[in-house]
Design a protein around this ligand. Sequence first.
Ligand code: SF4
Length: 457
Amino acid sequence: MTEGNPENNLEVLQNKLSPNEFKRKHLDTRSASFCGAKWYNATVWLGSGMTTSCHHPLPHKIDPIAVQSNPKLLHNTPEKKEQRRQMQCGERPSGCEYCWKIEDMGPTHISDRIYKSWIYTDQELTDAHTASSEKDFELRSLEIAFDRTCNFACSYCNPAFSSTWVKDLKTNGGYVNLVSDGRGHFTHEHDSNQLYGYNEYNPYVEAFFKWWESDLHKTLRQLRVTGGEPLMSADLWKLIEWFEKNGDKSQTSLAINSNLVAKPELIQRLIDVKKHLPSLGVYTSAEAVDNAAEYIRDGMVFEQWWENVQKLHEADIDTHCMMTINALCLETLPVLVHRIMKKRTEYGDRRFCVMSFNILRFPSFQSALVLPDNIKMHHVDRLKELRNSNLDFHEFELGQLDRLIEYLQVVDKPHSEGFDMPNLHNDFKQFYTQYDVRRNKNFATTFPELEEWYEQL
Ligand code: SF4
């Protein structure tokens, strides 16, 4: 982990504490469900006025009137305050199901609650545990999205987060005959996710810049800007201009989630502003290679992406690869991992393209768990081989690989609201049949290893 630099983090990184030892020493001593992220970490979508404490719980609404007088309510919502109260007394907030599911697999399984808490100091965790649940907390790590403008329309994304997805639905209408898409991710344009036009007054963006200028630039250790595609957002460049003028006033590390298939001048601008920032990291995404990557992440130009990752690394920008492990990536995932590790060796630098293996849960029908057992187990064997190879993985990369292997072996449905497998299989076939036509793609030729199974669905 690269976020922040507090002592807990160092304890783990220096191998003084394993993640489980950290859990026993710093979390279990407070309560059985305590998680620092509920107090100090937030994701806020400024286009829709929604927030959550990490990317797992479903987002909830922020009051657009209240934030005008108290911008800290962008994060300190009544919902989070109630969840903090539950965590202080050991109750499990239901929205944090992702972590409970991992932990219920057994005492050695490491959930994100541990990874997301170990970046805070012991004092910060004590403050969170003992404070009134009504108190407004200053953030240490924040992820924001200014708007949903994006040149990609990935299969596991939806119009809420991508203007290109909106265009697909405007042009072709909603996807039909999906039975597990209860929230209608693929059936309407999610206009509630972009409440304001690009030049209109947006109380949430206004509140963010107000809070940023008063306190956030002093208290935040890491600000991560996501999207849409942030490099296409004028507000990202406004923030970067603030750093250009006031960089010496803030120690906040800036991280940007980018698909890195942007115009060359935007990539260059990013490289050029690095010197004005305390630190800059770029988090990009891929979980497969070549045609498979371009199929899953519609808009991806794999070789351009790969070149840009290297270009940023060579400009001394920290690069990270966030993988979203889904049903279609497992065949070429090891190829991507080998490619990244080979480059690390060539650079002699383990910081190149640090990987996180995130397990896709939504949309459920794209989960790796929908694959038949023989295919799943074949990939489990390949992942074990990868994990046990002599590649120079970071410790937390190994932890996440172990978690993925266990997940594929032990968990039988994507989440507790999971639908029956026949429904998920129906949706898998229905979705990709329509996706192929809309996006001019071909499932069978892109994933020949799945063709036989796919055809009989
Ligand atoms: S989902 Fe897990 S990591 Fe996220 S806030 Fe809840 S307990 Fe913490």
